[in-house]
Write a protein of this length. Structure first.
Length: 555
C-alpha cells in the first residue's frame, strides 16, 4: 500500500497563520525542568504491530525514507525510566525502530498512555543527618546555615568529590506540600523557585544572596530566561479554591531584583485561565492556557499580542495554543479537523512564519529543540510515536531511526501541556546530533545524526545505573549517572564524536549519597564543574526533620 504524501507546504497567507484558502497543509536543551530519573519503571505492554498512518509520507523529492524497523517492548508515554524510588512519576517518551512508515519512514515509537499521569507528590529525605539552614525564605536569612554538617562528607572514599553545601526547607508549607518548579544557574549563583519565593545562593558557599517574595504560591514557571538573565513566573491571585493562576512577576536573576507585576487579561469567552504555561523567546514571554495565549514584553511587561481561543476563521482552521521558546518561538496549533500543526512564530508579532501540518490523529507531545526544531509526536489511536526534525522551510528534514528503545524524562504536572518539560534529550548543533538515553536501568546513550536520523555512536551501559544526558558544551556531552542509596551519582563527559566516557565528578558515598538519592523529583544542572540537584516538589518536613531543597557538589 502506498502512503500518499501530505499536502504541499504553502507560504503564509494574508491572515498571518500560514494558510491560503483550502485545506491546510544549538537550542540544545538538556536543562532539566521537572525531571525525574528515579521514577517507577513502567511495565512492558503487549507488542503491537504498527499500522501505517494514512496521509503521512516523504515529501516529493525526499526519497523513500529509512530501513524497516521493529516495534519496542517498552512503553513510552509517561511513566518509567529508572529504578523504583519514592519519586514523582515522569513522562517517558520511548522510541524504537519499526517496520511501519511513520512520518514517511524512520523510527516507530511504542506509546503507552495512563502510566505516570497522576499528580506528582514529593517525598522528603529520610536522613535526619542532612544539614539545616536558618533561612526561612523571607529574605532575612544570613546564609550561615548553608555550610554542610561535618558528617555529610564523612563517608567519602578515595577519588570521590564532595558535597559543597546543602540548603533545607524550613518554610511552613500547606498540608499537601508545595511545588518548587524551577532552578536557574546564573553567573555565580544558583536560583531556586519554591512555594512563594525565589532565592539565589552562591554556587561555591551556598550563602543566600537575595530573595524575592510572592504574595501567593507560584503556579507556573519556565527554565528559560532572556539573554540578560530575566525570567517571568506566574502566581495565584489568591488563596481560595477559586483562585486563578493569572498573575505574572518578572525577576532579574542577575541583579536579584523584582520587576513588573501584571494580571493576565482574559482573551475571550473561552479563556478560563486553566493550566497556563510560559515560554520565553527574545524579549517575549507567552502565557498559554487551554486555547488562548497572551504575549508580553519581558523587559517592560507591555502586551504584545494575543490569541483569543475562540473558533477560528482562519481558512486552514488552525489556531496556535501552545508555545516553546528559546532562540526561536515555536507554536503548536490545533486545527478544526482535530489535527495539529507545528508553526514558526515571530515573537514580536505572533505571526506564523512557516508551518508543518501533521497527518490526522498525530499530535505533538514535546519539543526537544526549537533551533533546529525537534519534536516528539504521537498517534494515540495507533499507539505509535516518532521524533521528527523539521526544517525552517516547514518541511520534514528527517526522523530518528535506530535499534533499541529510547526515552526522555518528562514532567507532566501541567496536564501534559508544557512542551519543554523534558530532560535527557540534548540537541548539539555543533555536532549536528541529538543525544537520547535508551530505556531501562543499565542503559546507553545514543547519538543520532540530525540530517540522516541514523545512530552515529552509543556509549557502553553503566551496570545497574541509569545515565541521562544533561548538556552539550565545548565538544562534550555531559551526562548524569543516578545516585543509589549506597553510591553517589556521577557526571560523565563524552566526546561529541564518540569515545570513552570520562568521569569528571564523582559524588561521595553515604551519608551524602543517601541524601542525594532521597532528593524528591530532582532537577539537575551542571555548570563550571559543579552539580546542583534540587527538588521540584516539597512535602513539608516532619517536626524535627529537615527536608532537603538543594544540594551542590564539586571538587
Amino acid at each position: 500500500m502506498t502512503v500518499p504524501p501530505p499536502p504541499p507546504n504553502q507560504p503564509p497567507g494574508p491572515d498571518g497563520y500560514g494558510h491560503l484558502p483550502g485545506p491546510p497543509q544549538g537550542y540544545g536543551y538538556g536543562y532539566p525542568q521537572g525531571p525525574n530519573p528515579y521514577a517507577q519503571q513502567p511495565q512492558p505492554q503487549p507488542q503491537q504491530q504498527p499500522q501505517q498512518p494514512q496521509g503521512w509520507g516523504p515529501y516529493p523529492g525526499q526519497g523513500g525514507g529509512y530501513p524497516p524497523q521493529t516495534p519496542p517492548q517498552t512503553p513510552p508515554g509517561q511513566g518509567g525510566g529508572g529504578p523504583a524510588r519514592n519519586k514523582r512519576t515522569p513522562v517517558i517518551v520511548a522510541a524504537a525502530v519499526a517496520g511501519a512508515l511513520v512520518l514517511g519512514a524512520g523510527a516507530y515509537f511504542a506509546f503507552a498512555d495512563g502510566a505516570g499521569h497522576d499528580k506528582p507528590t514529593a517525598q522528603g529525605s529520610a536522613d535526619p543527618s542532612a544539614p539545616a539552614s536558618p533561612d526561612k525564605g523571607d529574605g532575612k536569612g544570613d546564609g550561615k546555615g548553608a555550610a554542610p554538617k561535618p558528617d555529610i562528607n564523612s563517608g567519602r572514599k578515595p577519588g570521590e568529590d564532595k558535597v559543597l553545601w546543602v540548603q533545607t526547607n524550613t518554610v511552613d508549607l500547606p498540608g499537601a506540600g508545595a511545588d518548587a518548579p524551577a532552578q536557574w544557574v546564573v553567573g555565580d549563583t544558583v536560583v531556586k523557585a519554591a512555594y512563594k519565593s525565589v532565592t539565589a545562593y552562591g554556587v561555591s558557599d551556598g550563602k543566600e544572596r537575595w530573595t524575592v517574595l510572592f504574595p501567593n504560591k507560584i503556579c507556573t514557571a519556565t527554565h528559560l530566561t532572556t539573554t540578560d538573565g530575566k525570567t517571568v513566573l506566574g502566581y495565584m491571585d489568591g488563596q481560595s479554591e477559586n483562585a486563578k493562576c493569572n498573575q505574572l512577576k518578572m525577576i532579574d536573576l542577575k541583579a536579584g531584583k523584582e520587576g513588573w507585576n501584571k494580571e493576565v487579561p482574559s482573551e475571550g469567552l473561552f479563556d478560563i485561565m486553566v493550566s497556563p504555561t510560559l515560554a520565553i523567546s527574545g524579549d517575549t514571554v507567552t502565557v498559554s492556557r487551554m486555547g488562548p495565549t497572551s504575549a508580553f514584553k519581558v523587559s517592560t511587561g507591555d502586551k504584545l499580542w494575543a490569541r483569543t481561543g475562540e473558533p477560528t476563521t482562519d481558512p486552514g482552521g488552525c489556531l496556535p495554543e501552545k508555545y516553546a521558546g528559546g532562540p526561536k518561538l515555536i507554536g503548536v496549533a490545533r486545527c478544526t479537523d482535530d489535527g495539529e500543526e507545528v508553526q514558526g512564530s515571530d515573537p514580536v508579532t505572533g505571526k506564523t512564519t512557516w508551518f508543518y501540518k501533521l497527518p490526522k490523529d498525530w499530535k505533538v507531545s514535546r519539543v526537544y529543540s526549537v533551533d533546529p526544531v525537534v519534536v516528539d509526536v504521537a498517534n494515540k489511536q495507533k499507539q505509535e510515536r516518532a521524533i521528527a526534525v523539521i526544517g525552517s522551510d516547514g518541511k520534514l528534514r528527517t526522523q530518528l531511526s535506530g535499534e533499541g528503545s529510547f526515552n526522555a524524562q518528562c514532567d507532566n504536572v501541567l496536564l501534559d501541556r508544557y512542551l519543554q518539560s523534558c530532560w535527557g534529550a540534548v540537541v548539539d548543533t555543533r555536532a549536528n546530533s541529538i543525544y537520547l538515553p535508551t530505556d531501562g536501568k543499565s542503559n546507553e546513550i545514543v547519538a543520532f545524526d540530525l540530517n540522516t536520523g541514523k545512530a552515529k555512536w552509543r556509549t557502553p551501559a553503566e551496570k545497574d545505573r541509569r545515565m541521562l544526558p544533561l548538556k552539550a558544551e565545548n565538544g562534550q556531552l555531559y551526562a548524569y549517572v543516578e545516585a543509589e542509596k549506597d553510591k553517589g551519582g556521577e557526571v560523565l563527559a563524552i566526546p561529541a564524536a564518540g569515545g570513552k566516557p570520562t568521569t569528571v565528578l564523582r559524588n561521595p558515598s553515604p551519608p551524602a549519597a543517601t541524601v542525594e538519592n532521597n532528593i524528591a523529583a530532582p532537577q539537575i544542572d551542571y555548570a563550571d564543574g559543579r552539580l546542583f540537584v534540587s527538588v521540584t516538589a516539597l512535602r513539608g518536613s516532619a517536626k524535627g526533620v529537615d527536608e532537603e531543597l538543594l544540594m551542590a557538589f564539586g571538587k
